[in-house]
Design a protein around this ligand. Structure first.
Ligand SMILES: *[C@@H]1O[C@H](CO)[C@@H](O)[C@H](O)[C@H]1NC(C)=O
Ligand SMILES: *[C@@H]1O[C@H](CO)[C@@H](O)[C@H](O)[C@H]1NC(C)=O
Ligand SMILES: *[C@@H]1O[C@H](CO)[C@@H](O)[C@H](O)[C@H]1NC(C)=O
Ligand SMILES: *[C@@H]1O[C@H](CO)[C@@H](O)[C@H](O)[C@H]1NC(C)=O
Ligand SMILES: *[C@@H]1O[C@H](CO)[C@@H](O)[C@H](O)[C@H]1NC(C)=O
Ligand SMILES: *[C@@H]1O[C@H](CO)[C@@H](O)[C@H](O)[C@H]1NC(C)=O
Ligand SMILES: *[C@@H]1O[C@H](CO)[C@@H](O)[C@H](O)[C@H]1NC(C)=O
Ligand SMILES: *[C@@H]1O[C@H](CO)[C@@H](O)[C@H](O)[C@H]1NC(C)=O
Ligand SMILES: *[C@@H]1O[C@H](CO)[C@@H](O)[C@H](O)[C@H]1NC(C)=O
Ligand SMILES: *[C@@H]1O[C@H](CO)[C@@H](O)[C@H](O)[C@H]1NC(C)=O
Ligand SMILES: *[C@@H]1O[C@H](CO)[C@@H](O)[C@H](O)[C@H]1NC(C)=O
Ligand SMILES: *[C@@H]1O[C@H](CO)[C@@H](O)[C@H](O)[C@H]1NC(C)=O
Length: 698
């Protein structure tokens, strides 16, 4: 039974094989040239191909895999996807010499078949009938021989995903019939050959993922048949040539991840067939030309992310019907979202406008997008229903939402634009706390804030009173002891009344950088009057900008008219204490004999007295500080005094706490200034720290 079945099956199999082979032989001719047959056998052994693919006894044209013949000659070889014999894979090499005897060969495809080594020079000189050469992913290394420019019949040259190095030979520009040129994902250096401008039949040019530098040749704009241009992920620099606007057939345009700069040329509106525009991650800037995008447009993908673009987004862009991805994140775009629901059907679309300067309310056009990222802007108002739950909204000025910007941040942004901030939807007269507030607990917070504010102020006054009494008493005792230093601003020590300090023991290394007088002259424009902030008690204050661009305040102490002790005292204080509540000392310049300089960090919000009564241009802007900020300042001041009194040993008393010595940084945090007015409290038995400092006789 079983035997019968097997015999039957074998008969059937033979029948099938017989019909198949006669059928094939009718369809395909046999290889007629013995030279070509020898060449194929030579290739078979030099590459180590398996009998499974190329059976040695059978006819190559009719039986071998991947061989096509015309008129008895081999016209195509496709060994892509082949595996080598075990012997062949032991030492794989780029050994295809016998190809030279296949004189009618039009196409050679070895994609994915490892050919380690370099393309030999004869390749370009001998394989002149070659039309398609695909050596992608073959592990080939070294430079491309310039002789490839001799393969003038080539229509497709695929060399991507290899380890090619060196420059792209400009001879490739001689391949006038080339339709596809793919050199991507290699290690090419140098610039894109200018000769590429003569590849008039090119439809696809991919040079992405190399190490190319220099600029994009203008000639690329003359490749009028080009449909695909990918130059991404290189080091290309300078600006995008306006000539690229001539590429009227271009559908894919990818220049992302380069170092391109300048602005986008308005000529790019000539790209009427464009579907994908990817120019993200460059150094581009300026505003987008209003008419950058043609109408009608076929754009589906627009990525402008991580550049330095500013200004508004052309309104056309929001209303392109088939747009699937719009990513303009990480720029300085500004403006409001357009109103109305535009083409509300494209539901799979994605919108990313994060990290820009957009503002105003959310609009129904957002309903069109499935994925929305609005984070890091200044959008205000309530969250409407059409905004999906998965939308990213953090770091805005939106109502009833956590992780929003601070009131101050939002308010100053809108004020600078001459607009009124909606105050997180809360009544105008009162000031809600920064971000994340909800209407419910808001009133409570305001009441608490006022109470604490008042309490803080009272506390401050009490502390000041106590300090004043304490200091007056102390001053009495020190003067009695004959040490007339550290005296308040009202009674400056006349110069010369105390002997010069021989070898003051201050550790200058802890006092920031030592600046040269020349640097300070540069920073302040030769101490010009326009840079004078005020004549202080202990010296004149100038604003200035260091060479590194850091804004500073420089105190100029003229020893002829100001007390020497005051500045030495201040240096002493700074050398011993350091706290985030004290104004940061950046450095000093003591090289001049009669003028000494101290350099402080510039405090953007000035001092309390100027902040309290600040006037800004816009009418609706805040006239003075809100209560939250006042409370913050009161607490900050208390903290700074507490530090001086309780954490410093010996304790230090600041004897000039007034609005003008309470400095405010960019976040309105207190940094106490006027430290030349302090007095250092030591026990009565010990000599005063100052007198020791100045080595005064007892
Ligand atoms: C094949 O040979 C015939 C006649 O010899 C010729 O007409 C034809 O063009 C040839 N085809 C190719 C592809 O060479
Ligand atoms: C080349 O050969 C591989 C494997 O035999 C095959 O998968 C592929 O389709 C062929 N490619 C062409 C263009 O003939
Ligand atoms: C070479 O073969 C691979 C698949 O084996 C194919 O994807 C590729 O398109 C072929 N190259 C050309 C130029 O046809
Ligand atoms: C090409 O064929 C000739 C004989 O016709 C032979 O002498 C020569 O070695 C072959 N070339 C290669 C590279 O196989
Ligand atoms: C091939 O190219 C080389 C250099 O690229 C050139 O010197 C040579 O003359 C060319 N040969 C032919 C046959 O065109
Ligand atoms: C390319 O060459 C580098 C070194 O030259 C080597 O580390 C790397 O593995 C190579 N890559 C491939 C795909 O061969
Ligand atoms: C360019 O392509 C056209 C049509 O495909 C062809 O007629 C022309 O000969 C090609 N040009 C070159 C230089 O090969
Ligand atoms: C351009 O090339 C890069 C890297 O090779 C690739 O990731 C990107 O998808 C390509 N762009 C387009 C539009 O195909
Ligand atoms: C881009 O430019 C920056 C500075 O201008 C440089 O540091 C960087 O290396 C450049 N990147 C490339 C890929 O050339
Ligand atoms: C290409 O663009 C440039 C400038 O954008 C223009 O002057 C020129 O006429 C255009 N050339 C063609 C052939 O369209
Ligand atoms: C936006 O503008 C600011 C101020 O001009 C600048 O510091 C910042 O780098 C810009 N951001 C981008 C992404 O260009
Ligand atoms: C706040 O004041 C502005 C004008 O100053 C007004 O338009 C707005 O409606 C007010 N908002 C509230 C909540 O009262």
């Amino acid at each position: 039974m079983v035997d019968q079945k097997i015999v039957l099956a074998l008969k059937f199999l033979l029948l099938v094989l017989f019909f198949e082979s006669t059928f094939e032989q009718q369809q395909q001719e046999r290889l007629s040239s013995p030279i070509e047959r020898a060449a194929l056998l030579e290739l078979r052994s030099s590459l180590g191909l398996r009998s499974k693919d190329w059976p040695i006894k059978a006819d190559p044209c009719s039986v071998w895999n991947g061989i096509k013949c015309e008129n008895g000659s081999v016209s195509e070889i496709n060994i892509s996807g082949f595996r080598r014999t075990r012997l062949g894979s032991q030492n794989p090499q780029f050994r295809v010499d016998s190809l030279v005897n296949l004189t009618r060969l039009k196409s050679f495809n070895a994609s994915g078949f490892y050919l380690p080594g370099s393309i030999p020079d004869w390749f370009g000189q001998r394989l002149v009938s070659l039309q398609v050469l695909d050596l992608s992913s073959c592990l080939i290394s070294n430079a491309i021989p310039g002789s490839l420019g001799n393969l003038t019949s080539l229509t497709g040259l695929y060399l991507h995903d290899n380890n090619f190095t060196g420059m792209i030979p400009s001879n490739l520009g001689l391949l006038a019939g080339l339709s596809v040129l793919d050199l991507s994902t290699n290690m090419f250096t140098g610039s894109i050959p200018v000769s590429f401008g003569s590849l008039q039949n090119l439809t696809r040019l991919d040079i992405s993922m190399n190490f190319l530098s220099g600029s994009i040749p203008l000639g690329i704009g003359m490749l009028s048949k080009l449909q695909y241009l990918n130059l991404s992920t290189n080091g290309l620099s300078s600006s995008i040539p306006p000539q690229l606007g001539n590429l009227s057939n271009l559908a894919d345009f990818d220049l992302s991840f380069n170092n391109l700069s300048g602005s986008l040329p308005a000529e790019l509106r000539g790209l009427r067939k464009l579907q994908r525009m990817l120019i993200g991650n460059n150094l581009l800037g300026g505003s987008l030309p209003v008419n950058l995008f043609p109408v009608p447009s076929q754009l589906q993908t627009v990525v402008l992310k991580h550049n330095g673009f500013n200004g508004s987004v052309p309104s056309v862009l929001w209303s392109i019907p088939q747009l699937r991805l719009l990513d303009i994140s990480g720029n300085n775009f500004t403006g409001m979202l357009p109103n109305g629901s535009l083409n509300a059907n494209a539901s799979a679309a994605e919108l990313n406008v994060s990290q820009n300067l957009f503002y105003g309310g959310l609009t129904p056009m957002l309903g069109r997008f499935l994925v929305v990222d609005l984070s890091g802007n200044y959008f205000e108002g309530p969250i409407p229903d059409y905004v999906r739950d998965n939308a990213s909204l953090v770091s805005n000025c939106l109502q009833n939402l956590s992780n929003q910007r601070s009131l101050l941040d939002c308010k100053s942004f809108y004020t600078a634009k001459g607009l009124t901030f909606d105050n997180f939807g809360l009544p105008n007269s009162t000031q809600p706390p920064a971000g994340g507030s909800t209407g419910k607990n808001n009133k409570k917070v305001i009441i608490l804030a006022s109470a604490f504010g008042a309490l803080g102020l009272i506390l401050l006054l009490v502390i000041l009173l106590v300090l004043l009494l304490f200091c007056i008493r102390k001053r009495g005792t020190t003067t009695q002891r004959g040490v007339a230093v550290g005296v308040g601003p009202a009674t400056p020590v006349p110069s010369g009344s105390s002997p010069p300090p021989p070898g003051v023991s201050i550790d200058l290394s802890s006092l920031g950088d030592a600046f040269t007088y020349q640097q300070l002259l540069l920073a302040t424009g030769d101490f010009r009057d326009v840079n004078l902030i005020k004549h202080g008690h202990s010296g004149d204050l100038y604003k200035g900008i260091l060479e590194s661009g850091i804004p500073v305040v420089i105190k100029k102490i003229d020893l002829q008219s100001h007390s020497k002790e005051a500045y030495l005292l201040e240096l002493d204080v700074f050398s011993k204490v350091s706290h985030s509540r004290l104004v940061p000392l950046l450095g000093h310049c003591l090289e001049k004999e009669n003028e000494k300089f101290l350099i402080y960090k510039h405090m953007p919000n000035g001092d309390l007295s100027s902040s309290l009564f600040r006037k800004t241009d816009s009418e609706d802007s805040l006239k003075s500080l809100d209560w939250i900020t006042r409370l913050k300042i009161a607490i900050g001041t208390a903290e700074s005094l507490s530090y001086l009194h309780h954490e410093c040993t010996p304790p230090i008393v600041h004897r000039d706490v007034q609005a003008s010595s309470i400095l405010l940084d960019d976040k309105f945090e207190v940094r106490l200034g006027s430290l030349s007015e302090v007095c250092i409290q030591e026990g009565d038995i010990h000599q005063s720290r100052i007198s020791r400092l100045l080595r005064l006789p007892q």
